[in-house]
Design a protein around this ligand. Structure first.
Ligand code: MGD
Ligand code: MGD
Ligand code: MO
Length: 789
């Protein structure tokens, strides 16, 4: 039965309710919410079968985030969090989007729906095609789908007219096969979600310490004296981190949090796994919270560095032996302009001094960060400044200390390790050449932003997406939508319907795939896959459930099928063998990817293995100079003109990126809707509005005269620094100019967008109002969305 029919209503933003934000995270509510969602979507038996296998050594890896698992002996029976349970329920849902569903709903009709509604239609059961001029998707055979892709790809004037996107849920096995296919076909156009996520981190750390990954392992959190958490909201996005922070607090460690918002998980935590956590007051986590102005972190970390130098709280031995550039940095920070620091951070000198004292008094510090740091124009410089602090205190390659960029998607880091990277080093390409006997292209490929530009400019004609939701996750929604629509072919390898199926090329394919929760059986029997977490730990994963539909194929089967149909046995690559037995892929990985020797055995072992990391392991720094490099970065105060605000775009508690689980951001007091903009009470008054007013958000961007607007957001008075605003992604992506990217990493600067507010004409329509995307489809006959009764 097509369960989707039960839910043909969309939601109504006028149901939005605003209450008091919570100051604690998880606890009994978290458990209740995760069980309710799981039971609603999956029923009791699937709930039990999946949740008890989640993150267990013999189970499957949670697809919600890249937080590491404890050692096998130290895992609890329920080694997952509220949002992990939601992610599982979303994938293991019993709802189905069948060919019949697509026959009943035109593409234009689906495009008028909210992302939330689309996601609720359940798992896609059959490969689907839209041919030029079609109004509806219809079913297609796998072999015809592959042949169609092969024909289109071979018809291109150059392999560089195709771009191959990856979202970070893809396993190491499929990632390896995918990059191999792209390169054997002839292009390095391998953009990924990492281009929008931790690209600033990868670039900064590569240049400063020689490797773009975290220098810590889990046990470092167990011995750190101080844990700094900057620009990260773990209560929502990495909830299992809170358990580790609680343990750190129990043994006397200190926590410094740096965030414009007082996020619930940063203040107090009620551990749902402990009786006292559910009923008691919970653990107070943060010892000092710095409510920093958006984009002020470079100035903050530089000021803390200046104080460490002033106090001589430095590890001179480490600096002498392992670093270069210290004197230049020291001279630079000695010259610091405190007026700029105060203007940039919105903090007082006393607050900054107190934070620096915590650093001075800590024998070992772990620095954690996420999107609040990377998604800015100065993201790379800020991460280098964090690294400067670690270097100044000798805090790399020592227990309890190090750099900890906390990754987003569960295997985004592994995909990079496997070569999903438009600028992969030559040494990797040399290994590919040696293993497969062909010379891969050497010219760098297109990243995400450049892929949008190339499609827009007619230079890329075919888009292939291995997971993800390119149309919604990327900046400048109008531009991206037009770019995708101008292509000859878009191919989306997906589990569920999303906007990228509706904002598509002249011809479009949806190829439905198995998810992580599902059994993957190939010609030689059941298969397992492998993933890498934020701390470079690689382990295996196998799903417990039967596939959502007998017509699904695994991601490996789909990629190898596309490869066969496109390049056949060119270069003698045996795609069928890889598909039939993933061990064949892992044998290639073992020979091509550094640190993956004996991959088959090591990845399969309970708990897996940790990839080598020279700075962490031996304090060797594979940079150009051979030493860790202090970086000098000038502080520029981001000037926001009068009457404007600095907008950061962030996640609610009820979404996974563009997948909207529900309409409850309960930690921030928001229920029943998503179109809110959080503002300081005094800014609301100064701009002539009241709490509860509806406004349109418009971008100020001097480089072009395009008016970027996102309509009808309800103002919510909130504890955010003066001059700053916050609103949810992806609704705000139409406001982020494509060219507004981080210097050095080309990552969209979606956490510092200058906007102004104008009174809204009133609720435009009741749905998610996909500005740009649906506006752009003006010629289409949009049905009126229905509202929840
Ligand atoms: N449940 C759930 N889990 C997820 C995801 C999800 O959507 N849902 N997404 C996954 C992915 S792909 C990622 S990348 C991670 C994202 O994890 P986060 O980085 O935690 O995600 P965001 O919601 O973007 O939150 C960024 C935080 O930075 C703060 N911030 C914004 N601007 C600044 C600034 O200028 N300075 C400082 N110091 N802080 C700032 C915001 O207030 C917010 O608390 O989570 C992963 N895990
Ligand atoms: N304004 C703004 N923009 C942002 C961000 C922000 O903070 N602000 N964050 C950025 C970040 S950090 C990221 S990582 C990107 C995310 O960008 P993406 O990774 O492209 O987006 P997701 O929403 O994670 O992708 C969800 C889709 O993946 C598909 N999917 C789910 N599971 C599977 C699977 O197992 N296999 C396959 N093949 N498909 C699957 C489903 O169809 C689902 O609709 O967005 C970025 N964009
Ligand atoms: Mo991410």
């Amino acid at each position: 039965m097509d369960h989707a029919e039960r839910r043909t209503t969309d939601y109504d933003e006028s149901d939005l309710r605003v209450g008091e934000p919570e100051d604690w995270a998880a606890g009994a509510t978290g458990v209740a919410v995760s069980m309710k969602r799981s039971l609603e979507r999956m029923g009791p038996s699937r709930t039990a079968r999946t949740l008890l296998k989640l993150n267990q050594a013999e189970g499957f890896d949670c697809m919600s985030c890249a937080w590491p698992d404890p050692d096998p002996g130290h895992r609890s029976v329920a080694e997952f969090c509220e949002n992990g349970a939601k992610a599982v329920a979303e994938e293991a849902t019993t709802d189905r989007a069948t060919p019949d569903f697509f026959a009943r709903h035109s593409i234009a009709e689906l495009d008028a729906r909210s992302e939330y509604w689309l996601g609720q239609q359940g798992r896609i059961t059959h490969p689907m095609v839209k041919r030029p001029g079609d109004t509806h998707y219809r079913a297609i055979d796998w072999s015809d789908a592959f042949a169609l892709i092969g024909d289109e790809l071979r018809a291109l004037d150059s392999p560089d007219e195709a771009t191959f996107y990856t979202s970070g849920r893809a396993s190491n096995e499929v990632a390896f096969a995918y990059q191999l296919f792209a390169r054997a076909f002839g292009t390095n156009n391998l953009p990924d979600c990492s281009n929008m996520c931790h690209e600033s981190t990868s670039i900064a750390l590569q240049e400063s310490i020689g490797i773009g990954k975290a220098s810590v392992v889990m046990s470092d959190l167990e011995t750190a004296d101080l844990i700094v958490i900057a620009g990260q909201n773990p209560g929502t996005n990495h909830p299992r981190m809170l358990t580790h922070l609680e343990m750190a607090k129990d043994r006397g460690a200190k926590i410094l949090t740096i965030n414009p918002l007082r996020e619930a998980g940063l203040t107090r935590f009620k551990n749902p796994q402990r009786p006292k956590g559910v009923v008691g007051p919970g653990t107070v986590l943060s010892d000092l919270h710095l409510p920093i102005r958006v984009n002020g972190d470079l100035a903050l970390f530089q000021a803390m560095g200046a104080l460490l130098v002033e106090w001589d709280a430095l590890d001179h031995d480490f600096i002498d032996r392992h670093t270069t550039g210290f004197d230049a940095w020291k001279a630079h920070v000695a010259d610091l302009d405190w007026a700029d620091v105060v203007a940039s951070t919105g903090l007082t000198r006393e607050q900054i001094t107190e934070a620096a004292q915590m650093l001075r008094d800590s024998g070992s510090t772990v620095f954690c960060w996420a999107m609040g740091i990377t998604q800015h124009r100065n993201g790379v410089a800020t991460i280098k400044e964090i690294t400067n602090l670690a270097l100044a205190q000798g805090g790399i390659g020592r227990p309890g200390a190090g750099l900890f960029p906390v990754r987003g998607h569960s295997n985004v880091q592994g995909d990079r390790t496997m070569g999903i990277w438009e600028r992969v080093p030559d040494s990797f390409l040399d290994s590919v050449q040696e293993e497969f006997g062909f010379d891969p292209p050497r010219e760098h490929g297109l990243d995400t932003v450049d892929s949008v530009r190339a499609m827009r400019d007619g230079k890329v004609r075919v888009f292939v997406g291995l997971g993800g939701n390119f149309a919604q996750a990327t900046p400048d929604t109008d531009v991206t939508a037009a770019a995708l629509r101008s292509t000859r072919l878009t191919v989306q390898i997906s589990t569920k319907i999303n906007r990228s199926h509706l904002v598509c090329g002249e011809t479009a394919l949806i190829l439905p795939t198995l998810g992580r929760t599902e059994k993957d059986v190939q010609a030689t029997g059941p298969q397992w896959i492998s993933v890498e977490d934020s701390t470079c730990s690689v382990h295996s994963s196998r799903g417990p459930l039967p596939p959502a539909s007998p017509h699904l194929r695994s991601e490996v089967a789909i990629i190898t099928g596309i490869a066969e149909a496109t390049i056949g046995d060119r270069h003698g690559i045996d795609w069928a063998a890889m598909r039939q037995d993933y061990r064949r892929i892992r044998e290639h990985i073992a020979r091509v990817v550094p640190g993956c020797e004996s991959y088959e055995v090591n990845a399969r072992r309970p708990g897996g293995f940790v990839l080598p990391h020279p700075p962490r392991d031996t304090r060797t720094f594979p940079t150009e100079s051979g030493s860790a490099e202090f970086a000098v970065s000038p502080v520029e105060v981001l000037h926001v003109p009068d009457g404007h605000l600095l907008l950061q775009t962030l996640r609610s508690h009820d979404q996974f990126n563009t997948t909207i689980y529900g309409l409850s951001d309960r930690y921030r007091g928001i229920e029943g809707g998503r179109r809110v903009v959080f503002l300081h009470r005094e800014d609301i008054a100064a701009l002539g509005f009241d709490d509860g007013d509806h406004v349109d958000l418009t971008t100020r961007w001097d480089d072009d005269d395009v008016e970027r607007c996102a309509r009808d957001f309800r103002i919510v008075a909130y504890d955010t620094p003066r001059g700053t605003a916050a609103a949810y992604y992806p609704e705000t992506n139409p406001l982020v100019p494509l060219d507004h990217t981080a210097e050095g990493s080309h990552q969209p600067a979606s956490k510092s967008v200058i906007i102004s507010l104008t009174r809204s004409a009133g609720p435009a329509d009741g749905t998610g109002s996909q500005e740009g995307v649906s506006d752009d489809a003006g010629e289409k006959d949009h049905p009126q969305p229905m509202h929840l009764s």
